[in-house]
Write a protein that binds this ligand. Structure first.
Ligand SMILES: Cc1cc2nc3c(=O)[nH]c(=O)nc-3n(C[C@H](O)[C@H](O)[C@H](O)COP(=O)(O)OP(=O)(O)OC[C@H]3O[C@@H](n4cnc5c(N)ncnc54)[C@H](O)[C@@H]3O)c2cc1C
Ligand SMILES: NC(=O)c1ccc[n+]([C@@H]2O[C@H](COP(=O)([O-])OP(=O)(O)OC[C@H]3O[C@@H](n4cnc5c(N)ncnc54)[C@H](O)[C@@H]3O)[C@@H](O)[C@H]2O)c1
Length: 467
């Protein structure tokens, strides 16, 4: 079969790219090695983790705040098997949704592992061993990423696990040792801390979520401590061993001493690596860089072989579903000769803990390092009527604006519904709004978004109206 576009990989980058290609009139096929479509995000990433985050948060609230709301419960219990079953049902629904979208857009789906034969031909090897050849004018590599580990540490998927296994546990860990207090560690660590596990974070950096604005990490650590989590920051993990019923972790503490942690499970969440295994890139004249990423042209996302594009986790940049989606649309529109644009500096980052953390633009540390003159305005959720009503008073909004022009340069929110609130900052910054612009716009009362308005007001140097 001859196509205009073949997409390899059906994650949010790949399936969105295929849909946009089909919408633009291109004859399109998608190849996926797994039986279900949707990639990491739908199967073992964004969606299942959010399903468990929501279930565990409901339990936590039932146990800790319902009584104050005047709701009495007796015999409250965690039914982990049901939590996992509900998560699997959600995953199944969203994956079927992608299957439906492929049919609706008349995209041919090939189930099997794709590997290059040459720059226009891909061999699809099905699970049965059957082989099919497909050819295309353009090929988009959207093969995503896999969890990484540390040198000498083998993930056995029994006691030394990744996010994938943590999404299908058969028991609540007694003591979960989380290596890496980044996004996955924070999210899945909170799931199990909320439903009764002792959680210890062993993190190399001096703060959790270290790539975000430092205020966010400090506040998140404070709220995670309320869940009973322990933090071992500035600790370099050396070994992890499964001893049968236990897992033993050794790390070097800031004094250079070796410390040992014993738990029943160890979650390795030290980042993800681009996945290109089995693609036979060399047959198409392609290689990866030293970090395993496929190199692309910054302006077109073309690889060095001009009819082959790459998007999502397999290339440089944030490993985020919405970034992959933007790139999928970008490539489809580029192929038909349009001139699309992605504003990489305004891709928001969210951690779905509770309180949630959401960020867009520059951090305070980045502005300092670049010598950009800035001013900062903050507003705590505890001063907000809406937050008092819901008992969600932890967290703050921090707005960074240019000292002279007042343009908003960064927005960092930790608090209730921060994930949704950040969209206002993205729109404001895309239109290059000033902090004063936002502070003069009406925000419905009582809403959490008033905190963003108040933080903007504080950034302008005016006094907050509600604190
Ligand atoms: C636990 C977890 C939670 C996450 N939560 C979020 C979140 O809340 N928000 C967010 O933005 N991001 C989140 N992410 C990150 C997000 O999942 C990824 O950024 C996103 O899935 C990347 O999309 P992609 O299309 O590049 O690749 P992927 O989603 O990884 O999809 C790649 C697909 O390609 C297939 N494939 C690979 N090689 C071949 C081959 N040779 N032939 C055929 N098929 C192949 C794979 O099987 C896979 O289905 C999370 C990740 C994890 C692990
Ligand atoms: N909500 C979301 O958007 C979301 C959720 C989950 C995953 N993801 C994506 O998945 C990717 C992987 O997530 P992740 O949490 O594994 O990576 P991450 O990069 O967020 O965090 C990894 C953490 O491990 C630490 N670390 C590295 N080496 C270490 C060592 N030797 N000892 C101790 N700690 C060490 C790092 O300092 C860092 O804090 C991320 O890029 C993220 O964007 C996104």
């Amino acid at each position: 079969m001859q196509y205009d576009v073949i997409v390899i990989g059906s994650g949010p980058g790949g399936y969105i790219c295929a849909i946009r290609c089909a919408q633009l009139g291109l004859k399109t096929a998608i190849i996926e090695k797994y039986k279900t479509l949707g990639g990491t995000c739908l199967n073992v990433g964004c969606i299942p983790s959010k399903a468990l985050l929501d279930s565990s948060e409901h339990y936590h609230n039932a146990a800790h705040s319902f009584a104050e709301h005047g709701i009495k419960l007796e015999n409250l219990q965690v039914d982990l098997a049901q939590m996992i079953a509900r998560k699997s049902e959600v995953v199944s629904q969203v994956c079927k949704g992608v299957e439906f979208l492929m049919k609706k857009n008349k995209i041919d789906v090939y189930q099997g592992k794709g590997s290059f034969v040459d720059k226009n031909t891909v061999k699809v090897t099905k699970d049965s061993g059957e082989i099919e050849m497909v050819t295309s004018k353009n090929i988009v590599i959207a093969t995503g990423s896999k969890p990484s580990s540390l040198p000498g540490i083998t993930i056995d998927k029994q006691r030394i696990i990744t996010s994938t296994e943590a999404l299908q546990m058969k028991e609540v860990p007694k003591h979960l040792i989380v290596i890496g207090a980044g996004v996955i560690g924070a999210e899945l660590g909170s799931v199990y801390a909320r439903i009764g596990a002792k959680v210890s974070f062993v993190e190399y950096a001096s703060a959790m979520i270290p790539t975000m604005d430092s205020t966010m990490g400090k506040e998140l650590q404070r709220s995670m401590k309320k869940l009973g989590a322990d933090f071992y920051l500035s600790h370099k993990v050396k070994t992890v061993e499964n001893t049968g019923d236990e897992v033993v972790v050794t790390a070097e503490n800031p004094k250079g001493e070796t410390v040992t942690f014993t738990g029943d499970y160890c979650l390795m969440s030290v980042g993800r690596r681009p996945f290109t295994d089995g693609l036979a890139l060399e047959n198409a004249g392609l290689t990866t860089d030293a970090r395993g990423k496929i190199e692309v042209d910054e302006h077109t996302l073309q690889t060095k072989v001009s009819n082959i594009y790459a998007i999502g986790d397999v290339i440089r940049g944030a490993m985020l579903a919405h970034k992959a989606e933007e790139e999928g649309v970008f490539v489809a529109e580029t192929i038909v000769g349009q001139k699309p644009h992605i504003n990489y500096s305004l891709i928001p980052g969210v951690v779905y803990t509770w309180p949630e953390v959401a960020s867009v633009g520059s951090t305070e540390e980045e502005l300092k390092a670049k010598g950009v003159p800035y001013k900062s305005g903050s507003f705590p959720f505890k001063a907000l009527g809406r937050a008092r009503a819901s008992m969600d008073i932890d967290g703050t909004v921090k707005v960074l604006a240019h000292k002279e022009t007042d343009e908003i340069l960064g927005a960092h929110i930790i608090g209730p519904r921060a994930a949704d609130m950040i969209a206002e900052a993205v729109v404001a910054m895309e239109y290059r709004a000033s902090a004063e612009d936002i502070s003069r716009m009406s925000h419905a009362h009582p809403t959490y978004t008033e905190a963003f308005k108040e933080a903007c007001l504080a950034a302008t140097g005016n006094r907050a109206l509600n604190a």
